[in-house]
Design a protein around this ligand. Structure first.
Ligand SMILES: [Zn+2]
Ligand SMILES: [Zn+2]
Length: 684
């Protein structure tokens, strides 16, 4: 009797595909193994076996697989189960999950007749033992630091909480020494013979924390993130399947896809960070939420840690779904910084601003430099100027593919679209009026760096943003130099806010709070608070209180006061009240339905038909269609429909109805070329 394989292809197609297993491989294939399969007339893909069975499919001709790549599965049963959950919950295809999960070199593809050329078989697991996770000879275990009284209390509370609950939120002020508590919990988990997944929102942070963990755990620690080469990532993957896997994996969101044999604890550090959410492409998953589901599949515990919990996690922790442990004392009793708001609207009016700098901020920077202390300047825009404008006629250069103005990058001397990456020459004259008076509007980090260099010519300056950290070494160098005091002033985007620990920062400047608060999203205030509180938390030294200059045009805004007083609880109370009133998370769940098409008139029609159909099924839970703030990206026009589901409503039913409507739409000849995708539990 022939055997058939249901396989997942790395393509955004719904469902699985069935192939015949040739007799020569009978009995050698299990779910989770990779096979090469022909697809269409010419292509060959690496597919993942989901099921082996004897039910011949009806209605189409079944092809044989072309090659068998593994005799042992590269995915464990729980991984396959997790993939299924991800595809179902985030309304995408198994192929989307597959593409995101596996390192590229584990899924070779090619053309028929030449498949073997592109397929490199790995020598089983032989290489895995030689993985260079971290170049140090030690096996660790010597430098477990003792916890102080407050840390010890939090540690005991967490362990007690885990008896009752699977998820615990650790709300600890910045610099309270949360990492030390994590290390003790990891130690305890390893003693039980179980593994730990330690998630961080930012690669820059792994650099700092790796050293600390390595001192304690030595070669039992593995690191996994996208700045590693594809082969390095494949080696980590293979090692996790071997008989001697890493006991601890430290990594960013994609490490939730790694195989674990016996996961006991997941730590999600800086759990509020929006970089845990994958925005594009699908699967648009939230690594924190997905990690909680993954942990439950292993009966593992989850610790969420942060100084500024997300509104959702706070709600879950205060309504009994999660446990809550608080740590209010800073490590070594360093005082929280003094936060001084500066009204830049008034200063601009009086012409007393020096570029992006208020006189007070300049004075504090001078003082810090005189005392050989360090400064962090936070500006949440990269590039030189977010916009160029013709002073004569008001013309603004825009991307030809997207509905956005272009950012000027001075170093590259070009205009760049931050949505599609397209670059343009900087025009010498305005194409509208031929005037030559083109000026820069707004401040990006590159421009701040320029100004700082002019104002403080003696200072050693570094910039940390997407443009300066394209390689792993660039990241590490910037952080290493600043940590060692080789840099005086660090300028950066939100990257500088994410939990980096520095010892000699006495001044932090938040150059413009308003761009964060005015962001068109229901989470804008929460996010603005988190960013400002986090970046402020970088200031402060032993025996000396840090100072934060908060520049804003909205000096009376409640969020500014809450940041000044470090009043997280008031912020979250205000936000919860608003969310309840306007039907937002955590009281409602959101699904954004996006429609894309080349033709705007047709798109409008399709969006209206779809919204109407959804309204028939979901009633007043449907809003839109609307134009999103950026209504065209990469030549495709976009419309957005919002579906709001009550917290206790059935998401299973909602997803089923959404899929049904999508199928109906795509079955309609008029709407064939329409692209539909979903963002479930969207973030910003
Ligand atoms: Zn002009
Ligand atoms: Zn563009």
């Amino acid at each position: 009797m022939p055997h058939f394989l249901d396989v997942i292809l790395p393509l955004p197609l719904p469902g699985c595909f069935t192939y015949i297993l040739p007799q020569k491989w009978e009995g050698q294939v299990q779910p989770g193994c990779r096979v090469m399969v022909p697809f269409g007339r010419k292509k060959v893909y690496t597919a993942i076996v989901q099921r082996v069975h004897a039910d011949a499919p009806v209605g189409y001709e079944v092809k044989e697989i072309a090659d068998l790549l593994d005799t042992r599965p590269v995915l464990l049963p729980v991984q396959l189960h997790f993939w299924e959950w991800l595809a179902d919950y985030y309304l995408c295809t198994p192929g989307d999950v597959y593409k995101a999960a596996l390192p590229a070199s584990m899924k070779p593809k090619g053309e028929i007749d030449a498949p073997t050329k592109t397929v490199k078989r790995r020598k089983k697991h032989a290489d895995a033992d030689n993985v260079e996770s971290w170049e140090m000879p030690t096996n660790g275990n010597d430098r477990l630091n003792p916890l102080n009284e407050h840390q010890q209390q939090a540690y005991s509370d967490i362990r007690a909480a885990f008896i009752q609950k699977n998820v615990c939120l650790l709300h600890g002020v910045t610099s309270s020494g949360k990492t030390e508590i994590y290390i003790h919990l990891i130690y305890e988990t390893l003693k039980q013979g179980k593994q730990v997944l330690y998630l961080l929102p930012e690669i820059a942070l792994t650099t700092q924390i790796t050293e600390r963990l390595h001192r304690v755990f030595g070669t039992r620690l593995g690191i996994y993130h996208s700045k590693f080469s594809d082969n390095e990532r494949m080696d980590v993957w293979q090692k996790q399947l071997s008989d001697a896997p890493f006991d601890i994996i430290l990594g960013v969101r994609s490490s939730i896809f790694l195989p674990f044999s016996d996961l006991g604890l997941v730590i999600v550090d800086e759990e509020h960070e929006n970089t845990y959410k994958q925005q594009d492409p699908a699967p648009r998953y939230h690594a924190r939420n997905a990690a909680i589901v993954l942990a439950s599949m292993y009966h593992a515990k989850v610790l969420l840690g942060t100084a500024t919990p997300s509104v959702e996690s706070w709600y879950n922790a205060t309504t009994g779904k999660y446990a809550l442990v608080e740590l209010k004392e800073r490590y070594q009793e360093i005082q929280l910084p003094e936060i001084i708001p500066v009204d830049i609207k008034e200063l601009q009016h009086k012409k007393r601003m020096n570029g992006a700098f208020s006189p007070l901020l300049l004075r504090y920077i001078h003082e810090a430099l005189d005392q050989k202390e360090q400064v962090i300047l936070f500006q949440n825009r990269r590039g030189f100027a977010p916009m160029i404008e013709c002073n004569t006629c008001g013309w603004v250069p825009k991307c030809k593919n997207c509905d956005v103005s272009l950012t000027y990058h001075k170093g590259l001397n070009q205009l760049t679209c931050h949505y599609c990456g397209y670059t343009y020459q900087l025009p010498r004259r305005c194409p509208a009026c031929e005037g030559s008076d083109l000026c820069n509007r707004g401040f990006g980090t590159e421009r701040i760096e320029d100004e700082v260099a002019t104002l403080f010519p003696q200072a050693r300056i570094a910039r940390m943003d997407l443009d300066t950290t394209r390689t792993r070494t660039a990241y590490e160098r910037i952080i290493d130099y600043f940590t060692k005091g080789k840099t005086d002033i660090l300028i950066g985007t939100q990257m500088v806010s994410k939990g980096l620990d520095f010892d000699h920062v006495s001044v932090v400047g938040i150059l413009n709070a308003d761009t964060m608060m005015n962001f068109p999203d229901f989470r804008a205030y929460e996010r603005a608070f988190q960013l400002m509180a986090q970046v402020a938390g970088r200031a402060g030294r032993k025996n000396k209180r840090g100072r934060v200059v908060l520049q804003t045009k909205s000096i009376d805004h409640p969020i500014i006061g809450q940041v000044m007083r470090n009043d997280y609880e008031q912020m979250v109370a205000d936000q919860l009240a608003e969310r309840q009133l306007f039907r937002y998370p955590p009281y409602y769940r959101l699904v954004y339905v996006y429609l894309k098409h080349r033709n705007e008139v047709q798109l409008e029609l399709m969006a209206n038909v779809m919204a109407q159909r959804l309204t028939e099924l979901f009633d007043n839970r449907v809003l839109g269609p609307d134009k999103p703030p950026v209504a065209r990206i990469q030549t495709l026009f976009i419309r957005k429909i919002v579906v709001k589901i009550e917290q206790h409503g059935s998401m299973v039913d909602a997803r089923r109805l959404l899929r049904r409507v999508q199928q109906e739409m795509l079955a309609d000849d008029r709407f064939k070329s329409l692209m539909v995708y979903y963002d479930v539990d969207p973030v910003g």
